[in-house]
Design a binder for this molecule. Sequence first.
Ligand SMILES: Nc1ncnc2c1ncn2[C@@H]1O[C@H](COP(=O)(O)OP(=O)(O)O)[C@@H](O)[C@H]1O
Ligand SMILES: O=P(O)(O)OC[C@H]1O[C@@](CO)(OP(=O)(O)O)[C@@H](O)[C@@H]1O
Length: 681
Amino acid sequence: MWELSFVVPPTTKRWTSSSCSSPSTALAPASLRGPDRLLTGGNLEGDARTALFRLGGEEEEVLVYKVFIKSDIISPFDLAASWRAYQENLQPSTVRGIPDVSISAGIDAGNENCSSASLELDLEHYLVPSPALAGSSVVYAANLTENPRSLGRTGVFSKSDASSSGLHVSSHSCVDSSDHFTSRKDFEVIIPDPSKVFRVSGMVESKSVGTFSPLQKQDGQRGLFVDRGVGSSRLVRSASASPFTTSESETKKAMPAAAGAVAAAAVADQMLGPKEDSSLAIVLVGLPARGKTFTAAKLTRYLRWLGHETKHFNVGKYRRLKHGVNQSADFFRADNPEGMEARNEVAALAMEDMISWMQEGGQVGIFDATNSTRQRRNMLMKMAEGKCKIIFLETLCNDERIIERNIRLKIQQSPDYAEESDFEAGLQDFKSRLANYEKVYEPVEEGSYIKMIDMVSGHGGQIQVNNISGYLPGRIVFFLVNTHLTPRPILLTRHGESRDNVRGRIGGDTVLSGSGEIYAKKLANFVEKRLKSERTASIWTSTLQRTIITASPIFGFPKIQWRALDEINAGVCDGMTYEEIKRNMPEEYESRKKDKLSYRYPRGESYLDVIQRLEPVIIELERQRAPVVVISHQAVLRALYAYFADRPLKEVPHIEVPLHTIIEIQMGVTGVQEKRYKLMD
Ligand SMILES: Nc1ncnc2c1ncn2[C@@H]1O[C@H](COP(=O)(O)OP(=O)(O)O)[C@@H](O)[C@H]1O
Ligand SMILES: O=P(O)(O)OC[C@H]1O[C@@](CO)(OP(=O)(O)O)[C@@H](O)[C@@H]1O
């Protein structure tokens, strides 16, 4: 197989598939690449459609090739890029078939490989078990929240509840337990003259709430404490003359498992002095069945993935443990003093637990309950005073159909109705409970708040914010603005096997092996069949050829190249085998083995770096309403998958993402579900 490249001058007026077969250019520089030879300096000559290569030498050897041109429509951008590349490098253009954004033509009726008539694929036939997310049953998010410590102490806490937490992750983890969880390499901070920057006595002002909090340590404290993005009162000037350093234990406690923007914001906050309280409480507000637990779980997942230490406290879980699962609607009446007292008590216990955890270094606590009266919210604000900043997150929904659907989902999922065999009776009870709440509901008008109004109906939704400032709250708002509930699949796959994969070389930018090419075709068939009933969908690739080539047989969908989807940059190790790294750079090899998550290749990236650059990809995947096929790389897909599967950061570098396998993430009203298809043996 020989590949002919030629360059079209920018003066070419028209260059479409039809003009391709009779080019108006008289002379176009050409090169020819074969399995063992590259011929440059040739010309593609006008109507004769022959490529001539004058090889020089005494005999002035000339090679003449007859050329048959078959081309898709070439965009002006491609043409310009091709010409620029030629002029700059005097080399054959390396511009590959697909520009940054391209819409491939519809399916060519004459092309057997692509026509749906040839599709015999039975998708179910390729299904394989998924390691983390149960394919069919969804775990109710409230069950996965924090286990009550305070109730544990009083002996009310039951063992079965403890084991339900985190079930979908831990039971199938495939993780190397030798992992560590520090990321010091990301925090080498050099500060020119610290004495001019910090003037610290024993107290630090928290400007946002105007309170003063004592420093945790004063004399003799060394080093820079990083607050993971919400500000902290823990920064002090180094007491010694040495540059800012931290002891091992301090580092472990205070350093975020994050890189890039998260780390930069944390360090900047520290250098300028604490602007905010050290911990942030997101307190949910809303009537039952308004998506509070759903939203709390999703936000927890996002913040943890970014490297912020976050916990989700669900007051319902405390109530069930302390008072049992069978409380009827009466328990929730505002004029039932015992019920009110019991509910306030469990709310206070959960808040206490959350604050204790924050005082041990926890960063973001998500406090999930109805918190539907001003009185309840006042109680929480009092408890938080001087300890953490509170932002209320209210979920409002005016669409009766959505509320009805949510109620039905709750009867199916909530442990409150697990023992109720009569669905209709459960429904009636839940509706009375809701009416009890509605009677006394007071929308949030106090403090800092974010209101999500009709965000799931798909139209007319909005987010209102009041008195929100700071790095992390800003990110939270941005995340919430972009999330929705429209069901759609996200298909994640690595590129087909590359030639470097075969040789065991990391990184690089090689084309596909034979079996990689077969996968590309099978993937195209799969995508066509899986998405045939979808109105639209898009294909995202990295900018490396192994993903672009894998996407090339897919027709009919726009293709987008993202640099953010490029494989982890292996820096000076790019192109080496793991064996070569071990032999030639044993220290690097050992460092990576010890802490694969935060190890950064010299002049390259760490997994934490990769996660940071993938944040816009996650936001866009959340925002998209149509299906997306992501064709990317092992490290990148580990990071993306960890977000959807809610896997802890330390597991990310070890998650199994095999070649020639499609991971289908189904986003929907009950959360995230997963299916895996293995297209080749
Ligand atoms: N912002 C929202 N508004 C309305 N419904 C939502 C929202 N977010 C999620 N939902 C839907 O509400 C259902 C019930 O949510 P859940 O979190 O259990 O309610 P709550 O905690 O408010 O009682 C979810 O399964 C989801 O489909
Ligand atoms: O972090 P590890 O486990 O090394 O995995 C990432 C590696 O996976 C590889 C294959 O070994 O990805 P890819 O298949 O995209 O080429 C390397 O390029 C990359 O460095």
